[in-house]
Write a protein that binds this ligand. Structure first.
Ligand code: GLU
Length: 495
């Protein structure tokens, strides 16, 4: 088999949709698994749909995901340029060649004429948009029109009889009646090709062997095949992917959320988890393993695992996977990945301290699902929330408000006079001694303390870990606040 060459061919029309990223990933993996070449081609010939900054979104996504291309903009190979708007002469040449071969023709129909035939002409087949008016004009007239500089497009001349069959690796053989195929525009009046033409010319000239794309292109593929045949070119392997659905009825779109790669990253999902999850949207690995790094996918991806059933984008599954990825990170990796979120939660004063950042990271790593959960979970460190003293009561910890008040009154002088090292382990030992000396269970000291320090029923970290992070002064302040609240509550009950 000739060397495998695949391409990712995004149109810079906006953000990076999860479906596009999946296409990109599969193209990349097919190249890597086969020790082939992965090409990036920018399809920007539709000037009306061009969105400023969309090209950067493509480059940034590739950079963030680690999907590296071998040829493309900025990495010139033998088939450049790789930006279609820089290849206009090439398309013109091939469109004209197709006219010469009798598979395309000049069309001089005006916009007004095209408008007037829309749906109105009974000679048009139901699916056809164009009535093929210019198919029959003479060569002399064409030459005259061209000499006069009349605006024109070049259209593909579709056979009116027979059928066209193509094979898709996922969907199998697909056959269409040629008479249902529109004489589509190949070269527009601005001299630029349509996507339908440019992708065929470029896939051929760039030696592309495998084309992966969304199944919305299935219906156009017979037209591409006819173009390949007209030129006498080899047809690539087609791999159309089923749509990614939000649920049984709706496609995943940006409007109903979660369709944009960058939005997911901004919501606190890890790039590695997103990539792993979308690899599985339409591809099943051979065994039961679900966790794959990009490196592993580069070895294990198989065309046989591709499926044609629509994939449901299950955000709960992604969340679960993200949590698992977080658990598998080293403390240092997690600390780095969570940096912005930790800083946002801790506020400037605490976030200024690298030791605090690392300690808080270690505290939240075990239960974080997505990184954006972090600020809310650690906000209590920045500022003690208002709380109800009822949270001091805990049956299993054998505490109630009265015991808690007793404990905090022991803890205040303890914390003020403690002369050991202010670190969790040593504080813990000292507190156990304090409990024993006061005739209390450890939990009767630790629970009230943790509660006073967090102001929350549930918080990341135990009492002494929180002491270490908050430091002595803040610890004392919060113990005093606890005493004040518990005394006020007791006084209220007596009245
Ligand atoms: N430029 C097309 C798009 O962004 C690519 C389709 C293809 O891969 O052929 O949808």
């Amino acid at each position: 088999m000739s060397q495998v060459r695949t391409r990712f061919a995004p149109s810079p029309t906006g953000y990076m949709h999860i479906g596009n990223l999946r296409t990109c990933l599969y193209e990349y993996l097919i190249a890597r698994v086969n020790k082939g070449t992965f090409v990036l081609r920018i399809e920007d010939t539709d000037q009306e749909r061009f969105v400023e900054g969309a090209m950067d979104a493509v480059f940034n996504t590739l950079k963030m995901t680690g999907i590296g291309y071998d040829e493309g903009p900025g990495k010139e190979g033998d088939c450049g340029p790789y930006i279609q708007s820089q290849r206009r002469d090439i398309y013109k040449k091939y469109a004209e060649e197709l006219v010469r071969r009798g598979h395309a023709y000049y069309c001089f129909c005006t916009k007004e004429r095209l408008e007037s035939i829309k749906g109105g002409d009974e000679n048009l087949g139901a699916a056809l948009n164009y009535d093929r008016h210019c198919r029959t004009i003479s060569q002399e007239e064409v030459a005259k029109n061209l000499a006069e500089g009349k605006p024109y497009v070049i259209r593909q001349l579709m056979p009116t009889e027979g059928t066209t069959t193509f094979t898709d690796l996922v969907y199998g053989d697909i056959t269409v009646d040629n008479k249902t195929l529109d004489d589509q525009v190949l070269l527009k009046s601005d001299g630029l090709p349509t996507y339908n033409f440019a992708n065929v010319v470029d896939d051929h000239l760039m030696g592309i062997t495998h084309v992966v794309r969304g199944n919305e292109y299935l219906s156009s593929t017979p037209k591409y095949n006819l173009l390949y045949q007209a030129f006498g070119w080899d047809i690539p392997v087609y791999i159309h992917c089923p749509p990614i659905m939000k649920d049984a009825h709706q496609k995943l779109s940006k409007r109903n959320g979660d369709a944009s790669f960058l939005d997911l990253v901004n919501k606190g999902y890890l790039v590695e988890a997103i990539l792993n999850y979308i690899a599985l949207l339409g591809w099943s690995p051979a065994g039961n393993e679900e966790f794959f790094t990009l490196k592993e996918l580069e070895e294990k991806f198989t065309l046989e695992g591709l499926s044609k059933s629509p994939a449901i984008f299950d955000i709960e599954k992604l969340k679960w996977m993200n949590g698992e990825y977080i658990r598998r990170m080293s403390p240092e990796e997690f600390r780095a990945a969570a940096d912005n979120w930790l800083r946002a939660g801790l506020g400037d004063a605490l976030a200024d301290n690298e030791a605090v950042l690392s300690k808080v990271a270690a505290l939240v790593q075990p239960r974080t699902v997505i990184l954006s959960d972090i600020p809310e979970r650690i906000g209590f460190l920045k500022e003690l929330p208002q709380y109800d003293t009822a949270i001091y009561c805990h049956k299993k910890m054998k505490t109630d408000e009265a015991i808690s008040l007793t404990s905090l009154k022991l803890l205040a002088p303890f914390a003020a006079g403690y002369s050991g090292e202010w670190v969790s382990g040593e504080l813990y030992t000292a507190l156990c001694e304090l409990a024993a000396a006061g005739g209390l269970k450890n939990s009767q000291i630790l629970w009230p303390l943790r509660t006073a320090l967090s102001g929350m029923e549930v918080s990341p970290g135990g009492a002494t870990e929180l002491m270490e992070i908050l430091g002595r002064a803040e610890t004392l302040k919060r113990i005093d606040k606890g005493i004040e609240l518990l005394e006020a509550a007791a006084a209220g009950r007596e009245e």
